[in-house]
Write a protein that binds this ligand. Structure first.
Ligand code: NDP
Length: 451
């Protein structure tokens, strides 16, 4: 007779929780997972997936506009956003169904409801208690709204993905991943978009050439990016919403989206009562094995804020299972994680920024940079530049960082990330024959470092 009901009980059925639970189930563990909302979590239901579908939908406007340059006469095109949202919702239902089936077929029992840790070997879900050898907390994160008078009139990315109509005039507060992605979506869908930044440009933490290029390109696409200002109050007005900005300025819009970051979903889970330490932001503190400060309890994904990206949560969840259920100790590896921002144009990046490489202080670096108009835009006369950049350690010749702003950046960077992860040198990049004609070939043909 087993000591516990389960070998693993996972709280939260998002990307990290589902991946870990399925892997543990595949290794023969008795696994349960609970979820208080729908199965799938942020990425599938309120983030990556629906966002990317809306990016595709809105980007078609650019393709239609450029078609004339290739000889196409296309009559007036209209966008039925409501129909688009319906199609997106159907796709999310389909994906949720797949997740449910994968769990059921993968030896994982699903319980609907909020899970609370009673003790390091007991979880309560809606009044039922389950005992378990190990608990994995994978509860993700939630959008953060700052305290601004009238903030109740604002929406977050959760609601933004479900709007049945494109707002005519929309303000976006914040220029991180979510802010710039929605700026592209709504701009492409025909809205008048104003992005409000407290700082001087978008995408804090990214390479400075990435930041300035995207800033310029968003402006060229017609997004009004206002820097060094804040929304100090929001009031309903006869004409929609009145935003009070710095220096007495006002902006009238129909919707305002706050994309001002996300916080870990760690409240009322029984963490504190069980000695699970969190940091000042509420993120669960874990070690390289995803262990919390309490034996028997592990955590992965956005609730740890280690690196708030879906593939990282999946990798960390699987590493935990390898270690605990497969006798294959696997520490998490967050080196050279590639990432993309699905702005328009998109950003792809892997490795160190130029600033980070300089801050290492391990010696001089060389920077290679190329800025050009992609061939596809020449005939349509589109004034849009692609930027590609390599950061190379001079002494070892290793490529420390690779950055791109331009069409297909996500697809291109994924391949190069393998080379960076493998420690490729600039000479090896140079020895690689380019694919011609492509933008990607620029990464293997950059000959002279910038001064
Ligand atoms: P980010 O942390 O990326 O950006 C937050 C933005 O809001 C910054 O521009 C920041 O300004 C600004 N900001 C923060 N607080 C305030 C405030 N009080 N008033 C005004 N501006 C403020 O958060 P996001 O919400 O965009 O995204 C959250 C996370 O979700 C990302 O970090 C990422 O991990 C994940 N994500 C990943 C995606 C992907 O992989 N493609 C897509 C979407 C989300 P400042 O620069 O001055 O600090």
């Amino acid at each position: 007779m087993a000591k516990y009901d389960f070998d693993l009980f996972t709280i939260g059925a998002g990307s990290g929780g589902v991946a870990a639970s399925r892997r543990a189930g595949a290794y023969g563990a008795r696994v349960a997972i609970c979820e208080e909302r729908r199965i799938g979590g942020t990425c599938v239901l309120r983030g990556c997936v629906p966002k990317k579908l809306l990016v595709y939908a809105s980007h078609i406007r650019t393709e239609l506009a450029d078609a004339a340059g290739y000889g196409w006469d296309i009559g007036e095109a209209t966008l039925d956003w409501g129909r688009m949202i319906e199609s997106k919702d159907k796709e999310l239902d389909r994906l949720e169904g797949i997740y449910r089936r994968l769990l059921a077929n993968g030896n994982v029992e699903t319980h609907e409801g909020r899970g609370v840790i009673v003790d390091p070997h007991t979880v309560e879900v809606e009044g039922r208690t389950f005992t378990t050898e190990r608990i994995l907390v994978a509860t993700g994160g939630w959008p953060t709204l700052p305290e601004v008078p009238g903030i109740e009139h604002a929406i977050t990315s959760n609601e933004a993905l479900d709007l049945k109509e494109v707002p005519k005039r929309v303000a976006i507060v914040g220029g991180g991943y979510i802010g710039v992605e929605f700026a592209g979506i709504w701009n492409g869908a025909g809205a008048e978009v104003t992005v409000i930044l407290r700082g001087d440009t978008v995408l804090r933490g990214f390479d400075h050439d990435v930041r300035t290029t995207l800033f310029e390109e968003m402006g060229k696409e017609g997004v009004d990016v206002r820097c060094g200002t804040r929304v100090n109050a929001i009031q309903k007005s006869a004409d929609g919403l009145d935003l009070r900005l710095d220096r007495g300025e006002h902006l009238q819009v129909d919707q305002v989206l706050f994309a001002t970051g996300r916080h870990p979903h760690s409240k009322n889970l029984g963490l504190e009562a069980n000695g699970v330490k969190t940091n000042a932001a509420g993120a669960i503190i874990v070690d390289e094995w995803s262990k919390t400060s309490t034996p028997g309890i592990w955590a992965v994904g956005d609730v740890t804020t280690r690196m708030t990206l879906t593939p990282v949560a999946i990798a960390d969840g699987r590493a935990f299972v390898e270690t605990e259920f497969h006798d294959n100790p696997t520490p998490v590896d967050h080196g050279a994680v590639p990432t993309a921002v699905f702005s328009q144009p998109p950003v792809g990046t892997v490795g160190l920024t130029e600033g980070q490489a300089r801050d290492l202080g391990t010696g001089p670096i060389d920077v290679y940079r190329s800025k050009f108009r992609p061939m596809k835009f020449v005939l349509p006369g589109r004034d849009s530049k692609t930027m590609m950049k390599l950061v190379v350690e001079r002494e070892t010749d290793r490529v420390l960082g690779l950055h791109m702003v331009g069409p297909d950046a996500a697809e291109i960077v994924q391949g190069f990330a393998v080379a960076i992860k493998a420690g490729a040198t600039k000479k090896q990049f140079d020895a690689t024959i380019g694919v011609h004609p492509s933008s990607a070939e620029e990464f293997v043909t950059m000959a002279t470092p910038v001064k």
